[in-house]
Structure formats: C-alpha cells, structure tokens
Write a protein that binds this ligand. Structure first.
Ligand code: BTN
Length: 276
C-alpha cells in the first residue's frame, strides 16, 4: 500500500468504468522513469494496456533531452505500454491524439470561468499560457517493425506553487482551482485519463489522425499566434493532415513542420471568424 496512491480504489473505479487498460498496474514510490519501467516490462512479454505509475522519478525525461520535474506524490506521472501495429510515421502523430485525451480530462475539471485548456503542438497541454501536462511517446523497433510504444504522461494535479525553473511556466489543476476530489484525486484522474486515451487510441488505429483534425483545430493553442520554431518565425495556421504544424513565415512562405520546439512570441490575434 502506497500512501499517495491506493491501488484498490483505482481497481474499483476502473471496473466501474469498464475500461480494459490498467488491469496490470505497477505502483512505484520512486523509480528512474516510468517509461523505462514500461519498456522493461515489454521486454518480459507484458501485454498491451499495462500501466506504470510513480510517486517520484529520479530521471524523468521529456522530449528533446529535457528533464521532467514534478514534486513527489502530488501529481500523475505514469506510462502506458502499447503494441500498436502502426508505422513509425503514423505513430509520430500519436502525441497529438494523446494530447486531446489529456486535454479533455483537464477541461472537464475546469470551471467555465477558468482559462481554456488547449493542446500545444506537438505534445503539451496548456491552461492559458502555462503547461499543465507533458507527453512523451517512445517506440522501439524490432526488425524494422514497431514492436512496443510507450506513452508517458506527466499531469500536474495538486502542486499549488511551482518553484525554480517551473515558477513562471507550469500550472496544475489545483492552481487553476479545478474541481478535484479531496480524496483519491490521482486514482480518479488516472482512470479518467485511461478511459479517454483508450477510446481515442482505438479510433486512431481504425481511422487514423484524419478523424481527429476537427477536434485538433478547435483546441489548438497555437493557431493564430506568432511563433518561432527553429529558423522559422511567423503565424501558426493550424495542424496539417499528417500532423505537421503549418506556419506562414514573415516573408509569406508556408511551412509544414514535422518536429521542433515552438516558442510562442505573442498572444492570440483575433481570427477572421471573430473567435479569440
Ligand atoms: C515533455 O514535456 O517534454 C514530456 C514530458 C513527459 C513526462 C512523462 S512523466 C511519465 C513518463 N516518464 C518519463 O520519464 N517521462 C514521461
């Protein structure tokens, strides 16, 4: 029994929702990275849907070699083991679909007066301009085929104040005054996330990214904003059919970018249709 996470409560909530993922749940007080736990379990033949959750990671990682920092026991830090029969190109679109699932859960907990929860291409969820969740999808190949995909998610839940390098850029559900239960918040949120992820993943494997494009368009944190990504500076136009970020640069050239870190340079300009 872990003080910060009750597996029994999780199992009951999961059964009530009827989701298939999370039947195997490994809870670690401390581990290096839950993504590594998932890869190790995959190596031992563990089936799709296993979940690995940690109170604290000593080497939590983000994209592009960044660290993932989270105060211990207050937030959700977990990884999900998947075995999708999809190409690497298709799997590169998965973080956006995961972002939609996380955003849905975050938004469902925010009051109508709160700042909006949005997906920031390619793998973050923001509330206003602050990051509330990060997503790291990693795949390992066997003989040219993808054999294992691990979806790692860090969602800030209970941390009221962020210190140091996170002070100006991070937020949490508590900080946004979201409605979260006083007891078993992490267990409830994990079940909701798995439910939302499982539904979208099934649809992604069946219909591809295309069926998510309308939802991505209305929850896009970048559309209409002035951004810098690598050498390109201009206005973000939205997300393309293959999951690329479309940018109109200052010289009037269009770019379809498939990777990179986006810096938001200015707040949203109003759109021609009048929406903010
Ligand atoms: C990012 O913002 O660049 C992605 C952050 C992903 C963090 C999660 S926490 C659970 C899982 N284990 C890790 O080591 N990283 C991911």
């Amino acid at each position: 029994m872990n003080a910060w996470f009750d597996s029994e409560t999780f199992a009951q909530l999961r059964a009530r929702r009827g989701i298939s993922w999370g039947e195997r749940l490994d809870v670690h007080d401390v581990t290096a990275s839950t993504n590594d736990c998932a890869f190790e379990a995959a190596r031992q033949g563990t089936a799709e849907g296993a979940v690995f959750v940690a109170g604290r990671q000593t080497a939590g990682r983000g994209r592009r070699g960044n660290r993932w920092l989270a105060p211990p026991g207050e937030n959700l830090t977990f990884s999900l083991l998947l075995r999708p029969e999809r190409s690497l190109v298709e799997l590169s679109q998965l973080p956006l679909v995961v972002g939609l699932a996380v955003r849905e859960v975050v938004a469902s907990r925010l009051s109508s007066m709160a700042r909006e929860a949005l997906v920031k291409w390619p793998n973050d969820v923001l509330v206003g301009s602050r990051k509330i969740a990060g997503i790291l999808v990693e795949s390992r190949l066997r003989e040219g085929d993808v054999s294992v995909t691990v979806v790692g998610i860090g969602l800030n839940v209970l941390t009221a104040r962020f210190e140091g390098e996170l002070a100006g850029s991070a937020t949490s559900l508590s900080r946004e005054r979201a409605s979260i239960p006083k007891e078993h918040a992490l267990e409830e949120l994990l079940v909701e996330l798995l439910d939302s992820l499982e539904r979208r993943f099934v649809r992604f494997c069946r219909d591809g990214l295309e069926s998510f494009l309308p939802e991505l368009s209305v929850t896009d944190a970048l559309r209409g904003r002035r951004v810098r990504i690598g050498e390109v500076t201009g206005e973000a136009l939205g997300i393309g059919d293959a999951g690329e970020l479309l940018v109109l640069d200052d010289a009037g050239a269009r770019h379809a970018l498939s990777a990179g870190h986006v810096e938001i340079l200015a707040s949203r300009q109003s759109r021609p249709d009048g929406t903010a």
